[in-house]
Unconditional design. Structure first.
Lengths: 353, 353
């Protein structure tokens, strides 16, 4: 089914939502997006897998990237979409087809912008990093992402969220010695030994550094615990999986050093790590955008793909319609007014008077 | 393949071991045992499922039960049996076909004993209680287990182990509130809350009561722990499965009251419970047997089917060849000398001079 980029942004959101595109199955939506963009003479369109990059080339002094992912988490009996009392319900309405619709509307209608624009609609954000379309593009064609500023249209309540915290996942392991539980004194209980690991976590005090005027809030949490052999065996191993969220003034190495020190004396194995992104609000392009939006800027606690832009040296913020706490929920939804607000703000910032 | 009850006890053990009889597949071994026993005119033989009961009926003033289970835990590349340097290796050698062979040899050769004897060879000891042949028999035909004394020939290093500890399994549950781990202060971590449960366990001091001269040793151990929703979610539930082994001077209700008090303030759910068995060494039949064996008596820490006899009012002990620490192990084995010793001791106690 073709996309109608001439329709209003809400109707366009609904068209996108009703094209099912769970990660790994973005083929049809990417086809529709590519076809619609290729019909626009002012854009150069390239495709990499199910990731589409469309650019203006007016030779303007500044270039911005507007980016959104096309995939969603799995269906949860929440399609097709339903528009009711100014709220659009359904899988992907919040995360993040409202943002995608804004991007596509601007691509179709801003044929004489004040800044050159790179529109990126990419695949596989909801799954492992190796499949992430923006990640792949940043490695294979970093020049296509070169810009003075990037706006990732992930849901942020239609406000600006700057930077993002890094995330580190480690396994903290305790060991003991197996024995029959009827003769438990012959062994050593690894689950009991994990009590000290949990006690330390319980006593953790979060760092709350202020960066570019934004107050971040770190976290250190056991997210999984497992141990035990059988109902009559003193267990010889217990594994606590800990997720550390760290403010962007710390590197991955510094965050890991903190965690190793925190669990001093225990076996700590890293299973996952991604750097944070500094807010970069001191850069001119970022300052101007924040002024144009006119709202408060909030720190981004969760990790998002803005960190990939930061890694390329491009300041980036999150700015998109939808309340992120409803992302990945069965009752995902977005206020129509937020989609319209985002379109209006970006149009005002990018269009000639 | 028929069993040859005229062969020596070691060869008979080997015949039994080489008849694979994992729990649920005891048909062939039970057939062979029933056929062999039915050929003996001094015994009355009855069969219930794969449980065989054979009795003498001389009207003697005392009756003893000799009991053993016919099943084994699953194969672990440890059949057929192998006799080497006085040690018989293979699945079931220790747990407990050496004991079964002693029972069958005595059944075949003691045709004029000093006590009436009930020989019980039963199914499904290695699986859940509902399938256990001795348990089923104690409910359907308790009169067949009536006796002055019972000897369960589970491996006990050819020594007498009296009584057994009870076992209680509970789930101790902590609760919290889910949140995204990037905004962990919005939730409450149930795994962290389990730290106090583990801390209490770590501080547990075992009771070691002396009963009939035997020192028991209780235990309270986390045997399993699980909690966690996903790698980026503050978990709202953590479950610690705790196994309490309690000395036989406490009832199941008393043991549970202790555990509830120990975990005061937490949600405690019972998942499994079985009473202990008092050693009963003050009973005349038990005293005489212990004198006949002439050895030390040890307390039985693990739960065994002796508790089923105790529940029927029959004093019972464990007495059988094999080191129980090799039961359920790939390298299960039994010293031939222990099988022979057990046969000799029981024959001396039961035969006319």
């Amino acid at each position: 089914m073709p996309l109608d980029l001439a329709s209003d942004v809400v109707s366009l959101t609904q068209q996108l939502v009703d094209m099912e595109s769970v990660s790994g199955a973005e083929g049809p939506i990417a086809d529709a997006v590519a076809t619609a963009l290729q019909a626009l003479p002012h854009l150069t369109v390239e495709r990499f897998g199910h990731t589409i990059v469309a650019r203006t080339s007016y030779g303007l002094p500044e270039r911005v990237v507007l980016a959104g992912h096309l995939d969603t988490v799995p269906l949860n009996d929440n399609l097709p979409s339903r528009l009711e009392d100014g709220v659009l319900h359904g899988l992907g309405t919040c995360d993040m087809k409202g943002g995608d619709a804004v991007i596509l509307r601007l691509a179709a209608t801003l044929d004489r912008p004040v800044r050159d624009i790179t529109f990126v609609l990419y695949e596989a954000e909801e799954v492992e990093a190796a499949r992430n379309g923006l990640n792949k593009l940043s490695r294979s064609h970093p020049e296509l992402l070169a810009a003075d500023f990037a706006i990732l249209m992930e849901p942020s309540n239609a406000g600006v969220e700057a930077g993002c915290q890094g995330t580190l996942r480690v396994e903290v392991r305790t060991r003991g010695e197996r024995a029959h539980s009827a003769r438990s004194w012959m062994g050593s209980n690894a689950i009991h030994a994990a009590g000290d690991v949990l006690r330390r976590l319980d006593g953790y005090e979060a760092r709350r550094p202020v960066i570019d005027g934004l107050t971040y809030h770190e976290g250190l949490n056991a997210v999984l615990i497992s141990g035990g052999v059988a109902g009559n065996v003193v267990p010889d191993e217990c594994v606590v999986t800990v997720n550390h969220r760290f403010a962007p003034d710390r590197s991955e190495a510094e965050a890991l050093a903190f965690v190793r020190e925190f669990f001093d004396g225990y076996d700590v194995t890293v299973t996952d790590s991604a750097p944070g992104a500094l807010p970069g609000l001191d850069r001119p392009a970022a300052k101007e955008f924040v002024e144009a939006v006119g709202g408060e800027v909030a720190p981004k606690f969760g990790w998002t793909d803005v960190a990939r832009f930061t890694a390329l040296g491009v300041p980036a913020v999150n700015f998109g319609p939808g309340d992120p706490t409803f992302a990945h929920k069965q009752d995902e939804h977005v206020a129509v007014s937020e989609i319209e607000h985002c379109e209006r703000v970006l149009r005002a910032w990018l269009a000639r008077d």
